[in-house]
Design a protein around this ligand. Structure first.
Ligand code: ZN
Length: 403
């Protein structure tokens, strides 16, 4: 059964792979490596943690990093091992953790894609890394944001009520990183505020206090983000955005910045029909590569004002998008605009995208990754089937579940 599913997945994934056109000089061609990869841990959004775990253990053994060690840091609520991999002996120390939100695997895939190339890139000359590839393995398996106790680990920085939060806190205290990378996926709702561009990637230099002061730590985060954005904007076919920097001491990033540790929040997003996030995985591998190289070479900031100005020019993200935007839908009285979002469900180790109506005439929705204008249609022309929980199907308009 697993073989059949796997084969089916490869067929789907291969169909989804993309052509990547860029004229910039990049040392590593992550797009070709991605396109030739047949490893579902890199090319597919959902994998069981046991598959990810065996892949990661083999990866760090095969790549033969110098001065490295892999250890089990502890276990999740449901008893799964959480790993920490350490490598390098000189240079700035970067701590990165991915998938503290279980259903956010894209940055983990970018991280693996990048790690596979480290040997060729000889990147580890002046850098030390500490990597936690999946902090929330239970959330990964059931494909939910929170952990198995239904707690958001990125709102548990003060309470430290969960084993996964305690593991991360201990690593931070023991390792004392110079810079931290907090790796996430963002939902498909994000675009710019006028809704003309979906945000394929977003970043944040979190604040460390209510006043959102530009501290030395924040300035460093901004410097790294500016560098990433200037490189990645040549690759992204959609927008690159900046998260809101309101201070929340329950968030891990904010709590680190309040202790003067620079944090870069990476958010791998979505654009067009790239639901498997192929392009995003590749661009974020470049972003990681750029960020690590920059941290390894970076010098003190000469012109803080210019750094802040450049950072503030990155557009804010807004909840302006939906997956399918049906405009001018005929109803009993007048025409309405309907927003549809895909719910993500796991069945037989396969990720399904199931369309649901989420709002009608919501003025905050400005655009969709797919837009269908029904101005020419009458109610009787349409074949909508809408269930009580707002799941919607329309063979006529090609609105269906897919995997
Ligand atoms: Zn997240």
């Amino acid at each position: 059964m697993f073989t059949i599913v796997t084969r089916l997945l490869f067929t789907i994934i291969n169909r989804l792979k993309f052509t990547f056109v860029t004229d910039i000089l990049i040392m590593i061609d992550f797009a070709s490596i991605y396109n030739s990869s047949e490893n579902p841990v890199i090319t597919y959004r959902y994998n069981t943690y046991s598959v990810v775990e065996s892949y990661f253990k083999k990866l760090v053994k095969d790549v033969k990093f110098s001065n490295s060690s892999l250890e089990v840091l502890g276990t999740s609520v449901l008893g799964k091992s959480i790993y920490g991999f350490k490598t390098g002996s000189t240079g700035p120390k970067i701590l990165m953790w991915s998938q503290m939100h279980g259903n956010e695997s894209t940055m983990t895939r970018s991280l693996f894609l990048w790690l596979e190339q480290l040997r060729e890139a000889q990147l580890l000359k002046n850098i030390q890394l500490y990597i936690i590839p999946v902090l929330n393995p239970d959330g990964n398996d059931s494909w939910i944001r929170n952990n198995a106790n239904n707690i958001d680990l990125n709102r548990d920085a003060r309470d430290l009520s969960q084993p996964e939060s305690q593991i991360l806190k201990k690593v931070i205290d023991d390792y004392q990183p110079d810079v931290a990378f907090n790796l996430h996926d963002q939902r498909t709702i994000y675009g710019n505020d006028i809704g003309t561009k979906a945000m394929q990637l977003s970043f944040l230099a979190p604040a460390g206090d209510m006043e959102r002061s530009i501290t030395k730590a924040r300035l460093k985060s901004m410097q790294v983000i500016n560098h990433i954005v200037s490189n990645c904007s040549k690759m992204s076919y959609s927008g690159i955005g900046r998260y809101d920097d309101a201070f929340n001491p329950n968030c891990v990033g904010d709590s680190l910045v309040s202790k003067d540790i620079p944090v870069i929040l990476f958010e791998a997003g979505h654009a067009n029909d790239d639901y498997n996030r192929n392009t995003t995985t590749v661009i974020m591998a470049h972003a990681l590569n750029d960020a690590v190289q920059f941290v390894s070479n970076t010098v003190e900031a000469d012109h803080p004002d210019l750094i802040v100005k450049e950072y503030e020019q990155i557009p804010n993200i807004a909840s302006s998008y939906c997956d399918i935007y049906l405009k001018n839908v005929p109803s009993q009285k007048h025409r309405v605009d309907i927003a549809i979002m895909y719910k993500e469900l796991i069945q037989d180790d396969t990720l399904y995208y199931v369309p649901h109506i989420t709002s009608v005439n919501d003025k905050t929705i400005k655009n969709g990754h797919r837009v269908v204008d029904l101005i020419q249609y009458q109610l009787e022309d349409l074949d909508f089937e809408i269930t009580i929980d707002q799941k919607i199907v329309s063979p006529l308009l090609d609105i269906n579940s897919f995997c």
